[in-house]
Design a protein around this ligand. Sequence first.
Ligand SMILES: NC(=O)c1ccc[n+]([C@@H]2O[C@H](COP(=O)([O-])OP(=O)(O)OC[C@H]3O[C@@H](n4cnc5c(N)ncnc54)[C@H](OP(=O)(O)O)[C@@H]3O)[C@@H](O)[C@H]2O)c1
Length: 253
Amino acid sequence: MTARLKDKVAIVTGGSRGIGEAIARRLARDGARVVVASRKQEALDPVAESIRDAGGECIAVACHTGQEDAIDALVAAAVREFGPVDILVNNAATNPYFGPLMNIEDRAWDKTFEVNVAGYFKMARAVARQLLERGAPGSIINVSSVLGTMAAPMQGAYGMTKAAVISMTRTLALELGGAGIRVNAIAPGLIETRFSQALVGNEEILKTVLDRCAIKRVGQPEDIAGVAAFLASEDAAFMTGEVLTVDGGWTMT
Ligand SMILES: NC(=O)c1ccc[n+]([C@@H]2O[C@H](COP(=O)([O-])OP(=O)(O)OC[C@H]3O[C@@H](n4cnc5c(N)ncnc54)[C@H](OP(=O)(O)O)[C@@H]3O)[C@@H](O)[C@H]2O)c1
């Protein structure tokens, strides 16, 4: 039996904790050589080390995905260390403002779009360019959110960026499909991470979400990781431009 991502090289942004960490662990378990990236090297190093301890191949590269030179350096480091990149998981996102959309300050708006939209696009473009140059197939997975598919109370700008990610996913899928590069998105519901602490820790919000969920629990990062590994693999060879909702049934009705 061969691991389904054997010899594949993957970059996972936001890989130091939460959903990105779980995806990195899962891709490594499935045989990929994984580069975990986030802003803080000291947060990434223990993740990479523990993946290696578990028998996987992993390196940690600090990268602020809002900065294009850092993105180029990340892709270059991946190629230097592990070889050309086959899989990109765009997962690093930010949500600095919680409140009515009308009251958001320009700085928070700019940061949200810089990381969540421009960062995702520039990462996808950098990886797609080197796939196109070598005529290789690839898989790009964009972590969006159910808040990109409906109104996002108190998280309006964030929701807009997640909607933009879905649009970007479909257009890139259309433009790159002929070259064998698949581009898909995952729209998680409420997943228990540091990012969602303000929501999971708020009884009223939690109840509102769980009342609508068919599966009566908060999601765990591992609930997303298996879906990402599937999209990265040949099992999803005929899927592109899709948005897989993984939300315990929250938004199905
Ligand atoms: N948790 C949920 O309920 C939920 C629901 C729907 C969608 N999502 C999406 O899932 C993804 C992961 O979220 P999470 O809940 O796992 O969040 P998390 O636990 O807070 O992790 C966020 C990760 O992104 C990194 N990061 C943040 N800003 C960055 C930047 N500018 N450049 C590079 N890395 C950066 C963080 O590391 P550093 O601090 O070291 O940079 C960290 O590794 C996000 O796209 C989020 O929108 C989450």
